[in-house]
Design a protein around this ligand. Structure first.
Ligand code: BGC
Length: 719
């Protein structure tokens, strides 16, 4: 449709029909109506009538294409203007075929991986009738107590921005593609804003960020998604500057519309408009509707506030109908951009128009998982395992298929490849002794595990959290492995010290107490449907590990929240001060993380042989890095470049990631990598919130994690 046709459609709509477009409910509301029965369930609870139902704009959380087809058909048959419903769902890391969790995709340090995952999972979801996904989540995370770190790509705004762009491109394709390529789905970036900074790491809890922190660290990934053309933004549950995001005019208008330049649909999180009453910033649902709508929240997800009260607010002159029109136009534009007016079924009725072959999805899932697993320790080169080795696979996750992680609601655990199954498909001699429970083991199980461990060359011990322990509403005061798992590992190490631990989990865990008991340590996160195969690839060296930690792994609980790019303090802990004094340190624990951001080993090692760059720059700084591979096998590493701005108007991070790149160097050779830093890479947020680079000196760090060494300074000059 042309824009003027959308206006024409709008002009035919009654006020009730307009408001209906701003509301989203789950499919069960329609199912009741379709059955024409007594209304006793959800419809009655929210007080929604049948007439209102057939004005609604959107449905969330359908499962199958048959369901979507039937709902759309029923809706179009009953609604006066036949404006198609838009179907949205949480396709977070796969639809039926599950890919690694977003935190793991962050660990790939490879935006191409995220883009492919988004593209394939979007295509699979499109075949089930999904038009919009509530992804990517780009919340910056610094606190592993918060279970939703699983849904983020980590603690660094640069990495998150690269990943945000990649996800949006993967889901939506190129500008305008959504209208005709129904394998593409629209993306909704979330949760706007600051949700990851909940006090105490407790989900939904208060957030109190300075504007400077918000702009410097939390907004860049949202900006990246907006620049990439993301169609929707979801508000967050938390308060920011004392006002819940869903009613936060400053956030939704000044920041989102004006500063970030977003023009699409803003949707509340689930029930968040209603929760304004629980937050005690609105005395009833009518006030909640007024606050959310006038703040700039276009759509109300799963509450009856808009449908019940916006009409009255307009007729009493509290809300202007022109504002309703503007919001409705955003929704109609989204539907038009998705091609729904041309085909309300978005290809569902056209044979072969949608979907992806299962083998393609499976292969991609396996590759993405292998690229997302971080090798944290490899003493005595215990890995890779070698052909014919006798390997015992033991522990609560040895044969577990609970490896999909949260937000894999359509994915089938039964279709997931366990670690044991993956290793059994290799040429290793594998003995599997799983435990039934994740927390407690029978003496018989322990004896069997110890016997297998003693009889084998290497023991792979599979530990971790169940999928239900991370994700929404899964905060933990103590993000560690259960004591029973630690004790089990120690017992096993006592009978055979050749131990490799594999971790399945959704958040950085406190790992200090298992490090001594294991020679090898692989962070597998929740790797998805092909997890076991991918792990077998990594453990046997068929694929060398190449992933890096997207969050700092704390050495102690007390260090949390923790992030590598902390600001310089007036009393830093330097080597001269080590051991005491009035500096920023703990009496009883180190400042440094157990494993820093960006850390991850591979098989083999590269050396930074040379780094050269000019002494000054005005717009661009060409940097040449020579990497040498002294080994006998090709090595793929993630080159990371960090900058430290030596003097700023505000106190600045000790260093910030500015460039990352996968590099492969053949054995015994050197590779010259040319990269360019730009003036934009030197910019930071100033006190009055403008972003700019100041002339002055910068220190450049190069290497393979966030603790890499400096290679000199350069000066930014006016030019
Ligand atoms: C979550 C969102 C999600 C929404 C819809 C909420 O509880 O916070 O991330 O997209 O539900 O399922």
């Amino acid at each position: 449709m042309e824009k003027k046709e959308l206006f024409a459609l709008l002009s035919q709509m009654t006020l009730a029909e307009k408001i209906g477009q701003l509301v989203q409910l789950t499919p069960n509301f329609f199912a009741e109506v379709a059955a024409e029965g007594e209304i006793t369930g959800p419809l009655a609870e929210l007080g929604i009538t049948k007439e209102e139902l057939y004005t609604l704009g959107s449905v969330l959380g359908t499962h199958t294409k048959e369901e979507v087809y039937a709902l759309q058909k029923n809706y179009l048959a009953h609604s006066r203007l036949k404006i198609p419903l838009v179907f949205m769902a949480d396709v977070i890391h796969g639809y039926e075929t599950i890919f690694p969790i977003p935190l793991a995709l962050g660990a790939s340090f490879d935006p191409a991986v995220a883009e492919e995952v988004a593209s394939l999972s979007g295509a699979e979801a499109s075949a089930a009738g999904v038009h919009v996904t509530f992804s990517p989540m780009v919340d910056l995370v610094r606190d592993p107590r918060w279970g939703r770190v699983l849904e983020s790509t980590g603690e660094d705004s640069y990495l998150n921005s690269l990943m945000a762009t990649a996800f949006v491109k993967g889901y939506q394709g190129t500008a305008g593609e959504l209208a005709t390529n129904f394998r593409k789905i629209a993306a909704c970036v979330k949760h706007f804003a600051g949700y990851g900074a909940a006090e105490g790491g407790r989900d939904y809890n208060t957030v109190d960020l300075s504007d400077w922190n918000l702009y410097q660290n939390y907004l860049p990934a949202f900006q990246a998604a907006v620049t990439a053309g993301v169609k929707l933004v979801m508000t967050s549950f938390n308060v920011l500057k004392g006002i819940p995001s869903t009613a936060n005019k400053w956030l939704l208008q000044d920041v989102l519309r004006q500063d970030l330049g977003f023009e699409g649909v803003v949707i509340s999180d689930w029930g968040a408009v209603r929760e304004l009453v629980t937050h005690r910033v609105a005395e009833d649902l009518s006030a909640a509707a007024q606050r959310a709508f006038t703040a700039g929240c276009t759509m109300d997800m799963m509450s009856s506030a808009y449908i019940k009260y916006l009409g009255n607010l307009v007729t009493t002159g509290v809300v202007a109908e022109t504002d309703i029109d503007a919001a409705v136009l955003q929704v109609l534009t989204l539907k038009n951009d998705l091609g729904l007016f041309a085909d309300p079924y978005r290809g569902l009725t056209t044979a072969g128009a949608l979907g992806v072959k299962e083998e393609v999805l499976r292969k991609a899932s396996r590759q993405a998982a292998a690229k997302s697993m971080v090798l944290l320790k490899n003493d005595e080169d215990i890995l890779p395992l070698t052909t014919g080795q006798k390997v015992a696979v033991v522990g609560p996750f040895a044969a577990s298929q609970d490896i999909l992680g949260a937000w894999s609601w359509i994915g089938q655990k039964a279709a997931a490849v366990s670690l044991a199954a993956g290793l059994q498909a290799t040429d290793l001699a594998v003995t599997v002794v799983p435990t039934v429970d994740r927390l407690a083991y029978t003496p018989k199980e322990v004896d069997a595990m110890l016997a297998a461990a003693a009889a084998c060359d290497v023991v792979v011990v599979a530990l971790g959290e169940s999928a239900s322990e991370s994700g929404e509403a899964t905060s933990k005061g103590q993000p560690s492995l259960p004591a029973t798992q630690v004790a089990l590992l120690q017992k096993i190490a006592a009978v055979n010290e050749k131990v490799v631990t594999v971790l399945f989990n959704g958040r950085p865990l406190l790992l200090a107490d298992i490090l001594l008991a294991t020679k090898g340590l692989v962070e597998a996160f929740f790797p998805g449907s092909e997890g076991g195969h991918a792990l077998a690839d990594i453990l046997t060296g068929k694929v060398a590990p190449s992933a890096k930690l997207p969050m700092s792994y704390p050495a102690t609980l007390g260090q949390i929240p923790l992030h590598y790019d902390e600001l310089s303090t007036g009393r830093p802990l330097t080597e001269d001060y080590a051991g005491g004094g009035y500096v920023s340190f703990y009496l009883d624990q180190p400042n440094a993380p157990l494993f820093p951001f960006g850390y991850g080993l591979t098989y083999g090692q590269l050396e930074v042989a040379d780094v050269t760059f000019p002494a000054t720059m005005s717009h661009q700084l060409p940097v040449t890095v020579t990497l040498h591979n002294p080994g006998v096998k090709a090595v793929t590493e993630t080159l990371q470049v960090y900058l430290e701005d030596l003097v700023g108007e505000v106190a600045l991070p000790k260093r910030s990631l500015k460039h990352l790149q996968k590099v492969t160097v053949a054995p015994g050779t050197s590779e010259k990598i040319e990269l360019t830093l730009t003036k934009d890479d030197l910019a930071y947020v100033h006190a009055e919130l403008s972003t700019a680079a100041d002339p002055g000196d910068f220190k450049l760090y190069v290497g393979f994690d966030s603790q890499c060494p400096a290679y000199g300074t350069f000066r930014l000059v006016e030019g």
